[in-house]
Design a protein around this ligand. Structure first.
Ligand code: HDE
Length: 698
């Protein structure tokens, strides 16, 4: 509680006695602080009082307006995908696609279309962390000349469910539990696995969710997928099926689970910061847009249904045709106005793109507009700058809360004959340029009696889960089996792990056994499959570890320094790392100043205890003899190198620093190199083969 004395010193009593002297605006009428009514504010420090120490007056409209607005700053967060980060950029077309679609953005090679792209986690709230094991949203709004097209996808090409009617169940099960409101932002709990183990159609997506896809290194190193089969329609009305892919220029990169867990402590905003800083520093994140194109004949010949969102089409069967690129080159000016208020909707499409009868997609077409009305509070949210198309919007829709436009005249209905009387009659429909829904075909069960059923091939829940498992490297299979063990270990309902393992026996017996052994439970009887799985050819394109690029491009190397660090070695290393496209971060026991061997002082980018090595892609230890001796007694320093080793990263070191590595129990391997021995080359990759030495996996 403030005493009379402290109160006296802190308070401002108007005019000259202020402790804090606010910066005053110019007197020429520019840059004045105003109320929302435009009234200039004379004092932004003190409310209006009756007497120096008397009560605050209700009359103070400046205070009341400011507090009123503040009270209403928060809006409901998204029910899923609440935590996200976004950036502006452009899509550039490589070749004209006029032979397959009439969509204007796909007509002219070299043409750029502005985009706003938002990445998100799914389960956690807006204030949760960036690195839980979770699917990531990957939503792109293209502001085309013909209106907005939203490609609202994820970083995994399949989904948990086949029919939108199950979505509320999925989301209720995965989000924090209804009575206790925990755990936040993760699926490792009773209700999720209870539900998932009762829903065999989730199995394929569970394999992806338990893989390293859900612990990405950054947004910049994730793939994106439209998931559903869509249609492209050309000028003659011919339709081609399409699946959309985003391929990151830096290649796929993931973390290891222990690293992801520790990142939650080290930096809640790890991905958000990475996106922001890479754009800020001119390293613009980039993806190529790829299309898998196919026709009805192909679709009919597959052992799965292309309308089933739990299935992929392997790239080895239909190659991904690269048609353009997306570059994100500008951070938002304001997080709330842009990222938070952005409203993506799969129903936003342009002529030349169309839907299919995928029952999951069909349900999504209803959900987004509906939820956005409730989230953004008005049917006019499309007028917000971030959502507004960059082409003219003209219709007879009127009014509603927060109407920003001021339509003129009497024409708010159609047809009308106001034109005939010299008045503005308003816009008219245009059969030529207007959106015309693809007429579709009525064969193959696509139209018929009204039935609550699923098509026959949707019953195969395991073939593609098996395909995914068999497409993974042994190091990735070990991660998947271990993730199942980790997540199911957190489940208190004893029937659930048994039911889950019984399902997994349909995917792969070895996987099921490893999970059962990891959990310490008996291998349960195989669950009956609604449709017996078949063996499909593995798809090597699905492996992250196999396809990771050995590159320093876009990566960050942490360099541990302390007083006495060899100045020449530091300068040589920094130059080499920057030359290879990475950035360096100097980490030291004190941030303010470290005295190098040549007597020069350098500032560090991070303090040792607050900058653990999980923040970096590889690390280097540049300590002098003396500094090494001191840091041998420092837990944070030992942990720093120990974690880098445990997270399978390259470690470069000077001979003088070696005792620190020894104390951390590091056994030299190909990734642990003296700094002279081409550390830059070694730092471009992770050392999966080290993993069995540092942890036991299922
Ligand atoms: Fe969403 N989803 N979703 N979803 N979804 C939302 O819309 C929904 C699905 C995806 O950055 C919500 O504005 C249903 C698949 C992303 O703002 C909501 C179904 C895929 C985002 C909604 C699905 C997605 C959302 C919540 C099953 C990948 C974030 C807030 C039929 C293709 C977009 C909002 C952003 C957001 C409903 C399934 C991706 C409630 C009913 C499949 C990336 O409308």
């Amino acid at each position: 509680m403030a005493t009379e004395d402290t109160f006296d010193t802190d308070r401002g009593s108007g005019g000259e006695t202020h402790q804090h002297v606010p910066e005053k605006g110019p007197h020429d009428g520019t840059n004045h602080l105003t109320t929302n009514q435009g009234i200039h504010v004379s004092d932004n420090q003190n409310s209006l009082r009756s007497g120096e120490r008397g009560p605050t007056l209700l009359e103070d409209f400046v205070l009341r307006e400011k507090i009123f607005h503040f009270d209403h700053e928060r809006i409901p967060e998204r029910i899923v995908h609440a935590r996200g980060s976004a950036a502006h950029g452009y899509f550039e077309l490589f070749e004209s696609l006029s032979d397959i679609t009439k969509a204007d953005l796909f007509q002219r090679a070299g043409e750029k279309t502005p985009v706003f792209t938002r990445f998100s986690t799914v389960a956690g709230g807006a204030g949760s962390v960036d690195t839980p094991r979770d699917v990531r949203g990957f939503a792109v709004k293209f502001y085309t000349k013909e209106g907005n097209w939203d490609l609202v996808g994820n970083n995994i090409p399949v989904f948990f469910i086949q029919d939108a009617i199950k979505f509320p169940d999925l989301v209720h099960a995965v989000k924090m539990e209804a009575d206790r409101a925990f755990p936040q932002a993760g699926s490792a709990h009773d209700t999720f696995w209870d539900w998932a183990s009762l829903m065999p159609e989730t199995t394929h997506m569970l394999m992806w969710a338990m893989s390293d896809r859900t612990i990405p290194r950054s947004f910049r190193t994730m793939e994106g997928f439209g998931i559903h089969t869509f249609r492209l329609v050309d000028a003659k009305g011919k339709s081609t099926f399409v699946k959309f892919h985003w391929k990151p220029k830096l290649g796929l990169q993931s973390t290891v689970w222990d690293e992801a867990l520790k990142l939650q402590a080290a930096d809640n905003d790890y991905h958000r910061r990475d996106l922001w800083e890479s754009i800020q520093s001119g390293n613009f994140p980039e993806w190529e847009l790829g299309l898998q194109l196919f026709d009805q004949k192909f679709a009919d010949a597959q052992p799965y249904d292309v309308l089933d969102a739990t299935k992929i089409i392997p790239e080895e069967v239909i190659p991904v045709r690269i048609v353009g690129r997306m570059v994100l080159d500008r951070n938002p000016d304001n997080f709330f106005a842009e990222t938070e208020q952005a409203a993506y909707c799969p129903a936003n499409i342009v002529p030349g793109i169309d839907f299919t009868n995928d029952p999951l997609l069909q349900g999504r077409l209803f959900s987004y507009l509906d939820t956005q009305k409730s989230r953004l509070g008005t049917a006019n949210f499309h007028q917000l700058p971030i959502n507004a198309p960059k082409c003219p919007v003209m219709n007879f829709q009127r009014d509603g809360q927060m109407q920003m436009n001021v339509p003129k005249g009497r024409a708010n209905y159609e047809p009308n004959s106001l034109n005939a009387h010299g008045e503005e009659g308003g816009p008219r429909e245009c059969p030529v340029s207007g959106f015309a829904t693809f007429e579709g075909r009525s064969e193959n069960g696509e139209v018929g009696d009204k039935l609550r059923v699923r098509a026959e091939l949707f019953a195969d829940h395991y073939s593609q889960a098996r395909l995914f498992w068999r497409s993974q490297q042994p190091s990735e299979q070990a991660h998947i089996a271990s993730s199942f063990v980790f997540e199911l270990s957190k489940v208190g309902l004893s029937q659930v792990p048994l039911r889950m393992v019984a399902n997994l026996r349909n995917v792969d017996e070895d996987l099921a056994k490893r999970v059962a052994v990891g959990l310490g439970i008996e291998l349960p009887k195989k669950a009956p499959a609604a449709r017996e799985p078949i063996d499909m050819n593995p798809s090597p394109a699905l492996s992250i570890h196999k396809n990771m690029k050995a590159t320093l491009d876009g990566r960050t190397i942490g360099i541990l320094i302390a007083d006495g660090t060899d100045a020449a070695a530091l300068s040589k290393l920094t130059k080499a790392i920057k030359g290879a496209g990475a950035r360096t971060m100097l980490i030291a026991p004190k941030v303010g100043g470290t005295k190098l061997s040549d007597g020069k002082m350098v500032k560090a980018d991070g303090q040792l205890a607050g900058s653990p090595s999980q923040l970096f892609d590889a690390v280097a230890v540049l300590l002098s003899d003396d500094a090494t001796k001191i840091l041998l007694e420092e837990g944070a320093a030992i942990q720093w190198v120990m974690d880098a080793f445990g997270h399978l990263k390259a470690i470069g070191y000077l001979a003088e620093s070696k005792p620190l590595l020894d104390k951390a129990g590091i056994q030299p391997d190909q990734g642990v190199v003296m700094l002279d021995n081409d550390f830059v080359h070694a730092a471009a990759k992770r050392y999966w083969e080290r993993e069995p030495k540092v942890r036991s996996l299922a």
